[in-house]
Design a binder for this molecule. Structure first.
Ligand SMILES: Cc1cc2nc3c(=O)[nH]c(=O)nc-3n(C[C@H](O)[C@H](O)[C@H](O)COP(=O)(O)O)c2cc1C
Length: 120
């Protein structure tokens, strides 16, 4: 991607498919949105050498943590997900794992209201 913007990779509603490749974790199919973060390992390592791998993993943790904080700040919840089938999740996104692979994921949704509290 040349302009560092979001791009549509598929028009299909893939919530069920995402849950399926994440060990069938059903909450992912019912979430408002799921994020799947991938990395081009070679790109980071060409700049930082072997430390590039470390930086990618640190970065993934920061990104997910920021999402959790943002979800909490807006009255939502986020659940980090690292339990997924590597081959299947990469295939779902059309990634060639020799070049780019999914590292981490998270689903975001509305928190159920505590019983007895009126939301209106
Ligand atoms: C790296 C990582 C991977 C996780 N993967 C999953 C997952 O695949 N499925 C899941 O339900 N929760 C996953 N979690 C969430 C944890 O199980 C836990 O609910 C979350 O860290 C909140 O912890 P707390 O209950 O102590 O606040 C993951 C958490 C981390 C940090």
């Amino acid at each position: 991607m040349e302009n560092f913007s979001l791009d549509i990779v598929s028009e299909t509603d893939s919530a069920e498919a995402v849950a399926a490749v994440c060990l069938n974790q059903k909450f992912m199919a019912h979430s408002a949105v799921s994020f799947l973060w991938s990395a081009v390992i070679r790109r980071s390592m060409s700049k930082y050498g072997n430390r590039g791998m470390r930086y990618i993993l640190l970065d993934a943790g920061h990104i997910c943590q920021n999402l959790i904080v943002a979800a909490e700040a807006t009255g939502n919840g986020a659940c980090p997900v690292a339990a997924f089938y590597d081959d299947e999740v990469n295939e779902l996104l059309g990634l060639d794992p020799k070049e780019e692979m999914v590292l981490y994921a998270a689903s975001v949704g509305k928190r159920p209201q505590p019983k007895g509290q009126c939301t209106l």
